[in-house]
Design a protein around this ligand. Structure first.
Ligand SMILES: [Zn+2]
Length: 548
């Protein structure tokens, strides 16, 4: 019911409305003379943008936007440079570097021979007790001798830690076991394995959730000062690359520590902290980080829960429909049973928190979709934006189900370079049906992009728009930038606030050093930001675009 209101009061309201309409709002900052890709299908390219406070006031031609400037307005001449909405890395793992001597190899796939000679050399020249560590890949994992006993012979007095660059395996020696508090007789945690030999003795190799627990243990050994330095370095590198939002999985760094580091740093970028549930031998430890507020500070949010449902092709642990071509004794395994997956799904419903699941193999995709059907199917799930991370095994026959369940796929284009390994593991025919990308988009599935590795978005853009060996799966560069901005925002329920450059949205953007829509593909990884803004505030400035 309307309140009684007098005619003079109505007239006051009328004139107030009239005068404010006549008065142009003045921008705080305008960026003009650019080639601005907005990620908005309604108006993909504009020349200029006006910002007021932390949000975009208007977009348009340089002339239109110029008219919004007043005596206090800062004017940035883009000089024809390309501008994009700030990159939103939908899948990242913030790491802290370990103290010790890191082994460096010529590639991500060093041979066991290379690794052992590097260890021997390092051990002979560093004091006893120094940690020797390095990243290794499939070749080392496949080597029978790559175990605790071999490492003990090479380095009886130095802790040695070889980590799969996938983050899914470790190989440790006895000295490192002691440092980590591993006795070797530990029961396997749910979803993980301490690999044992025929006599039941721990080989030094960990898989899946046994590895993820160690990630956390190792991180707890990193000093606060080192962790803070690494956090600051990550944030400044990201700003220099035009990244304005990062969705970070809280492994290895746990959610409480991550929030504390981001508060202390302090972060200038928008950081989403996603719970990662670890396990012990009895259960999933779901209470970790549960008392954290949803928004501990204006730029930090805590939401979502991630599980890893199977492994990767490197360790032959992703669960496939068929036996592995190069080891028919296995078809991989799932970290959780279908019943566990149903329990996880029900918990997500109860807590009303977004669920994110790492899935690689086609068998695990199918099992997870079955679990979603068993817990309500399309009617319950289609609006909840359950995320499949990686999703290599979303084969053509599963695409329709993935779409109907409203699933968001977060892909990692750098992983497309693993095609040769996939052919070795799965054979050429199966490989042909794996790692869908453009075909998901064509089926109207939201596809976002996360780095899950090297932090460089333009390296990912290169592979997203030139999928090795499968050109038909390439997105256009514009589509890939939309995936990396607007769809990544959608993947965190934030598309109303960010992800495209439109009036009313947050002014998160990057002015780029080169035209990413036209340079040669191999030039893309050299792209940097000249100016990065988060909420209208400059968080990185290479001093190459002129401000007046
Ligand atoms: Zn990951």
């Amino acid at each position: 019911m309307m309140k009684k209101i007098s005619v003079p009061a109505l007239l006051v309201l009328f004139f107030a409305a009239f005068s404010s309409a006549a008065e142009q709002p003045r921008a705080d900052v305008i960026l003009v003379n650019g080639k601005i890709f907005t990620s908005s299908p309604a108006q993909p390219y504009v020349e200029a943008v006006a910002i007021k406070g932390e949000r975009i006031l208007a977009i348009g031609t340089s002339q239109q936007i110029g008219a919004l400037s007043g005596s206090q307005t800062k004017r940035i001449d883009l000089g024809g440079h390309v501008v994009i909405p700030g990159i939103n890395d939908a899948h990242h793992h913030l790491f802290s570097s370990l103290k010790g001597v890191e082994l460096h190899f010529n590639s991500e796939e060093p041979t066991w021979q290379e690794v052992t000679s590097a260890i021997a050399k390092t051990v002979s020249s560093t004091p006893k007790g120094t940690l020797v560590f390095g990243d290794t890949g499939a070749l080392v994992f496949e080597t029978k001798e790559a175990n605790r006993d071999s490492l003990d012979k090479l380095a009886p007095d130095h802790p040695v830690l070889l980590s799969g660059w996938t983050g899914h395996y470790y190989i440790v020696n006895s000295a490192e076991m002691q440092k980590l508090g591993l006795k070797g007789d530990e029961a396997n945690p749910l979803g993980g394995r301490y690999v044992r030999d025929a006599n039941g003795r721990f080989t030094g190799v960990t898989l899946e959730y046994a590895t993820f627990r160690l990630h956390r243990t190792l991180n707890s050994l990193v000093s606060e000062e080192d962790a803070l330095n690494d956090t600051r370095k990550f944030l400044s590198d990201a700003a220099r690359l035009g990244i304005t939002s990062v969705q970070n999985m809280s492994v290895p760094i746990g959610p409480e520590r991550l929030v504390s580091l981001l508060t202390k740093a302090p972060t200038l970028l928008r950081m989403r902290v996603i719970h990662f549930v670890l396990t012990d031998e009895h259960r999933r430890i779901t209470e970790e980080g549960s008392t954290l507020p949803h928004s501990p500070s204006p730029l930090v949010t805590v939401s979502g829960t991630k599980y890893i449902l199977d492994g990767t092709a490197i360790e032959r642990t992703c669960a496939m429909d068929h036996p592995y071509a190069d080891d028919p004794s296995t078809s991989g395994w799932m970290d959780f049973s279908e019943k566990d997956m149903e329990a996880i799904l029900r918990e997500a419903l109860q807590s009303n928190d977004q669920l994110l699941v790492h899935i690689v193999g086609d068998r695990s995709v199918k099992t997870f979709l079955d679990a979603m059907d068993a817990t309500g199917g399309k009617a319950i799930w289609s609006k909840r934006r359950v995320r499949i991370e990686h999703g290599e095994g979303i084969t053509p026959d599963l695409v329709g189900r993935v779409r109907d369940l409203g699933i968001v796929v977060v892909a990692n284009p750098v992983h497309f370079t693993l095609r040769d390994l996939f052919i070795r593991r799965f054979g050429p025919e199966t490989t042909q049906r794996l790692q869908p990308f453009r075909s998901l988009l064509d089926a109207e599935i939201p596809v976002a992009i996360g780095s899950d590795g090297p932090n460089n978005p333009y390296l990912n853009l290169m592979f997203a728009s030139n999928v090795p060996g499968r050109p038909q799966e390439s997105m256009t560069r514009e589509q890939a930038i939309v995936a990396y901005t607007l769809t990544s925002a959608y993947a965190e329920f934030a598309e109303k606030d960010k992800g495209s450059l439109e009036p009313g949205k947050l002014a998160d953007l990057a002015v780029l050093s080169q035209d990413i829509f036209h340079v040669e593909a191999q030039e893309l990884p050299n792209t940097e930001s000249l100016l990065t803004m988060v909420g209208g505030k400059i968080v990185y400035d290479a001093k190459k675009v002129s401000a007046q």
